[in-house]
Design a protein around this ligand. Sequence first.
Ligand code: 26Q
Length: 745
Amino acid sequence: MKKFEEELQKLNVDNKDAITLYREISELAMDSLRERISPPAERNAYYLSIEYLLGRSFYNNLMELGVLDSTKRILAEKGIDINVFEEIEDAALGNGGLGRLAACFLDSAAALGLPLYGYGIRYKYGLFKQKLEDGRQIELPDDWQRYGDPWSVRRENEKRVVEFADFSVTAVPYDIPVIGKRVNTLRLFQAEGSDEAKKISEWLYPPDDTEEGKLLRLRQEYFFSAAAIGELAERHAARYGKNFDAFPQHNALQLNDTHPVIAVAELIRLLTEKYGVPFKNAVNIAKASFNYTNHTVLPEALECWNESLVKKILPKIADIIERLNKIQEKELKALGCTKEEIADMAIYRNGTFAMANLAVYMSSAVNGVAALHTEILKNGLFRNAYRVFPDKFRNKTNGVTKRRWLMLCNPELADLIDKTAGKEWRDADSDYSALIGKTDGITKEFTEVKSEKKRQLFNHIAKHEGITIPNGFLVYAQVKRLHEYKRQFMTAFAIYELYVMLKNKSITNFYPSVFIFGAKSAPSYRRAKAIIKFINEIASLVNNDPEVSDKLKVVFVQNYNVSYAEKIVPGTDVSLQVSTAGLEASGTGNMKFMMNGAVTCGTMDGANVEIVEHAGRENNYIFGATVQEIEALKNGGYNPNAVLAENELHRKAVESLVDGSFSDGGTGEFKELYNSLTVGASWHKPDQYYILNDLESYVNALLAINRDYAEGKVFARKQLENVARSSYFSSDRTIKEYAQDIWHI
Ligand code: 26Q
């Protein structure tokens, strides 16, 4: 990288603003990368994902190139603070966990030297930018390319046409380098052509509450799937000739949830129509090439496409899916399945295509994203398929990249690990288990690192939210998409109860604490938006009450995104992971926090189960009903009103929604939230996420943490044990498993 550093030395920075410098320095880095792009291997894996939540590339790429420190130094010599580039927007081409996981996976594969290529969509507008006005979420368009996009290369001569029944679209590839031992690429397609063609890559996640919106979403899914498949088929033919029997030997395709499942039908269509492969062979080739990862068991998040919709714009694809359904039915009958079992597994039912069923039937491997989640797939959602095709199913517990989520966002902790256990942990093939047994000796140094990261976080919050948090506060954080099943609502009640207890002095010796929330709600998700408003009402009550504000603070940060997470995660003591057991497939925020020395306060859900297995239950705070207990409540006629009748504090907290304590501005939102817990709604029973069932044990866990934290060293040791035992949650480990067990690369 000498060349990059020399060029940077020569760079004239006079009178250039941060944006110009950002572009010029990024271009220098891209120049130095050009000859390092790795050629495809004989066998490659491809990740098909409708989301990639990349965050900022600038600092990460300089780090991966090994020039972050020298760039910082050279710029400083020129009078420029490298932090000026923090005004550069995140590339937020995703919503949350599934998109961020895709980014971590690409990073890990490159670091390990594995040929994994990403395919997706180059949305003009990524996930909306969030502002809070009067405690409410306001959405603003995310024009992330406003300052240019120096990390992408447009591949004009590799564009291809994607056809719909009513019009065709040009898919133009943009390649983003993914840097590591190999330099792989993430290829995002941009839709070009007529106005309606261009619309396809305009918005991440168009509102799909109308027929038109649904059509657009379907077009997006087909658009990038077909562009990717077209390219892979063409490349195969050019390299190995028109015999496609060997296609699965050279290509492993991973479906990131069901959004790209239509690629399966597209491969069959292309092979039969363009390359003369008989239908049956094409089906077998597809089955041997595809694998599917499920990321959610929530019924409302399982994709079903109306047959008529698919027929309208993709008649041949609809035909193929129907044929697959018949083949499946025949096979299942021959295997002795009952009518009910066949109906449950059917690809086509009640006029819709069940995409998860299509994915399971047409994939070689099907995986969940945490041990518990995979068990739930095998015994619940896909129980029949599991009985018929047990060998397909496997677990691949998620992970996160330690490069972005430790080395980059917490260099102070990374240095401490170096000093204590050597530097080897930084290699993709290594881990930090060398820390094990050494944590006792470094609690003081760790506490200093944590305090420094809190100071940095509090400064950032003061600057962006205008709220000051005194140094030394204990930090609890719940940052993730806003969803009822994630139960930010329950945290709100817990905070309100703490507030009441502080006021009436039934708790004393409370260690001063701040609760940090960060979350975006889907724009049309009314209840989630009401929960944001409710949390902000509690925040203003607590923060403005002089009697408690030196003990308790609540901050809801605006526009929580990857870059904000890089500040919050290192500065947090307690990671709140409190979903209703059985509903969070894995969670990956929990892993980022653990890696940075936060204890988990959580339920036995998703990857929390494995976090506790590795780091020790004694070093974390587990509370609430287990999956089995939730099952029992479900079957036993759970009655939240009985809980309310018995517990005055809970009653006070829940009644605060309707007794005038807070105002929802006359919208009726708080009453609706209240009803969701006490009377239910047409589509669900009261308190369907068992908030009131778990609230008491939650508050007790928060209080136990608060007491233990005051002990100092003992708590720091718990935090450090989490760091030392977090190796398993590196996405390097996860990717090695995919490479060995599924992709065979
Ligand atoms: C559903 C129906 C129609 C259209 C879209 C969708 C849809 C869109 C996005 C369904 C699901 C998603 C996103 C899911 C997601 O992010 N899941 C998270 O995946 C993480 C990575 O595996 C897990 O850690 C989280 O537990 C899981 O919630």
